[in-house]
Ligand binder design. Structure first.
Ligand code: ZN
Length: 375
């Protein structure tokens, strides 16, 4: 006889309830996951998505769509619901205190567009400092220029009030530290590349020697003591040969000078022509481009006055093709701080030399526009 195993009715009932609970939990779990997924696929982090759901802002966020500032707001402990709409309209920056600073700037009365502009012109630290100030009107006059720096605001105002210069000149001059005295409080250049900027506000250290220093063959130089950075020397040789082909004869009269040699040069000229001459024509040690190994004083073997030679004319039209620029033309005296030096050429590479040739700007301006990454 077969004995049927029968569960008691009460046990069956319990199992059914348990099963139902399990199904409900699974449904909730899948629903929750799909809700989170609808947000994460728009670029919101899981952390931000969770907060969006629990604060019942999902519909709003979906209507906005992908938005990095909104994501940062929901991730942040500084999130304030009343500013939700503003967060979504302010451009994102990767700043640690982004939301805290946005809150402060909103409370100061800045518009969304102005806040976006403020955030785009400084680091997290710059914005934090700026947010402590009273509200400033008309920030656009300087900050419509993409390279204007938030941290320079007071100097822009001071320079523009003092000189009456337009906004563009003001920002350029201050970004180059040219509102300070020559040689005062200089930037120490540590990015050793063919596009480094060394001038009366930007100095090399005493021990800086180009890592690829090579001596220059006498075929190309006035004597056998000349040297330069390998890349610049090779570019010069290319240029020399091209000029030769066209019937011109270039020569390097002066090239790499160490810090100590620059010191001697200064002393020599000081003795010969006095302090004013040194100020205008010679750079103090550390502040000379000759220490980079990328600058050459070029002459003509056919003429004593280079500026009046056919070689000079040839250089005007051709130097950029080999990566060289005339560094101190008369028209840029105000910005370079040097009187015209028709003989002084600087290797900056073909790309930069071509841009400078085509757009007729100084290397200082090029630096502010494209190379200055501190902003
Ligand atoms: Zn020179």
């Amino acid at each position: 006889m077969q004995k049927k195993i029968r569960l008691k009715k009460s046990v069956v009932k319990k199992l059914k309830i348990l099963g139902s609970i399990l199904i409900v939990i699974l449904v909730i779990f899948f629903f929750y996951s799909s809700q989170i997924h609808s947000l994460t696929k728009l670029g919101y982090s899981v952390d931000a998505s969770r907060k969006i759901l629990f604060q019942f802002k999902k519909e709003y966020v979906l209507s906005v769509g992908e938005n990095k500032t909104l994501n940062a707001a929901f991730e942040s402990d500084d999130y304030k619901e009343k500013y939700l709409d503003q967060y979504s309209k302010i451009d994102y920056q990767n700043h640690e205190h982004l939301i805290k600073n946005i809150n402060t700037l909103i409370e100061k009365g800045y518009s969304n567009d102005t806040i976006s502009m403020i955030l785009a012109h400084g680091s997290d630290e710059d914005v934090t400092e700026f947010a402590k100030r009273d509200k400033i009107n008309y920030l656009e006059e300087f900050y419509s220029l993409p390279y204007a720096k938030l941290s320079n605001y007071d100097r822009y105002v001071a320079y523009s009030n003092e000189t009456g210069e337009d906004d563009e000149t003001t920002v350029l001059v201050v970004n180059l530290d040219m509102d300070k005295e020559n040689y005062e409080d200089p930037v120490i250049v540590s990015d050793y590349s063919t596009d480094m900027l060394v001038n009366k506000h930007r100095s090399l250290t005493k021990d800086y020697v180009p890592s690829d220093l090579v001596s220059i063959d006498e075929e190309y130089a006035a004597d056998d003591t000349q040297a330069g950075s390998r890349i610049a020397v090779n570019a010069f040789i290319q240029m020399y040969k091209a000029a030769k082909n066209d019937g011109y004869d270039l020569v390097i009269n002066s090239s790499y000078r160490s810090y100590e040699e620059q010191e001697e040069t200064c002393n020599t000229y000081r003795g010969l022509y006095g302090e004013n001459y040194v100020k205008n024509y010679v750079a103090l040690p550390g502040f000379s481009e000759h220490q980079t190994g990328l600058a050459f004083d070029i002459g003509s073997r056919n003429s004593n006055i280079f500026a009046e030679s056919l070689e000079y004319e040839w250089m005007q039209e051709n130097a950029y093709k080999y990566g060289f620029i005339q560094r101190f033309p008369a028209k840029y005296e105000a910005i370079t701080g040097f009187r015209a030096e028709p003989w002084h050429y600087r290797y900056v590479g073909k790309k930069i030399a071509k841009y400078i040739y085509e757009n007729d700007i100084s290397f200082e301006e090029y630096y502010v526009l494209f190379l200055d990454s501190e902003s």
